[in-house]
Write a protein that binds this ligand. Structure first.
Ligand code: SF4
Length: 282
């Protein structure tokens, strides 16, 4: 019998928030995993701080609610402690591209086998509407009433430059595509990055803009770095260009934990090692 995957915690997201789409996409993926006979005990969800982070309260799986910008190092530690786990890391654009930017770059560089999903609503929603690194030039929010005076960051380009082995972009109003991308990211052996254009219904309601600009890439899984760079630059988070959705780049290489732990950690070995540690403490 499968367990309920949505908890009874009161949901405080605004009506129309794109976080619901991400929550239900993950729920459906977890449900598929159970139907395939795989245990959900081997899955850990790590979140940062922000509206997105409440997903750790709302999904009924092992989770770790970390500090702002520090979800990726927490996820890295969990994966290193037990490489057999599937580690999914949900972060916001403020989390990943501002406070925790160095952690994102180094996780990609190290190729730690975790899946990072960025709930990129391009605004600080929890703190009521300040601009983030992906807000467009001229964005008017609480901290920039006259509009921002800086260009946004291009996360796909940044991840290409950082050495990420799986780079994709999804959209919360294309849930089937999103589910496929997250499934691909989890299956990828090594660091997987999925930037998700997420609607913030209250502070960045960009539904019409995204709906009229997104298109799906015809094929996935290209290992052509130059082609991926050109595609990443097609839309720079500020222009009126078309917005590609799908997998920009894939490349498989040994993961960080494979290089750190050359032999697979078996359960018995791990338990023996923990026992030794516990005895050493007493
Ligand atoms: Fe969602 Fe925006 Fe409301 Fe936060 S402020 S819950 S991101 S709609």
């Amino acid at each position: 019998m499968t367990r309920p995957l949505i908890t009874s915690a009161q949901n405080t997201w605004c009506p129309g928030c794109g976080n619901f789409a991400l929550q239900h996409t993950l729920k459906n993926l977890l449900s598929d995993r159970e139907k395939e006979g795989k245990s959900l005990d081997d899955v850990v969800l790590v979140s940062g701080i922000g509206c997105h982070a409440k997903i750790a309260d709302y999904l009924n799986i092992n989770s770790f609610y970390s500090l702002h910008g520090r979800a990726i190092p927490a996820a890295t530690g969990i994966k290193l402690a037990n490489p057999a786990l599937t580690v999914i890391c949900c972060v916001g654009d403020g989390d990943a591209y501002a406070e925790g930017l160095d952690h994102l770059i180094f996780a990609a560089k190290r190729n730690i086998d975790i899946t990072v999903i960025v709930h990129n609503n391009r605004v600080y929603g929890l703190t009521t509407g300040q601009y983030t690194p992906t807000s467009p030039l001229g964005f008017k929010g609480k901290s920039t009433p006259s509009g921002t005076a800086e260009y946004p960051l291009n996360p796909v380009e940044l991840m290409l430059a950082s050495g990420a082995g799986f780079i994709a972009r999804g959209y919360t109003r294309k849930m089937d595509l999103l589910k496929g991308l997250i499934r691909e990211g989890i299956a990828h052996r090594g660091f997987a990055f999925i930037d998700v254009l997420q609607i913030c219904a209250t502070f960045f309601p960009a539904t019409d803009y995204y709906d009229s600009h997104v298109y799906e890439l015809p094929a996935t899984g290209s290992g052509n770095f130059e082609a991926a760079c050109a595609l990443a630059r097609e839309w720079d988070y500020n222009s009126d260009a078309r917005i590609a959705l799908g997998t920009f780049f894939t490349r498989v290489s040994p993961s960080f934990e494979e290089r750190m732990i050359p032999v697979p950690v078996r359960k018995e070995e791990r338990e023996r090692a923990i026992q030794v540690l516990l005895e050493a403490r007493t």
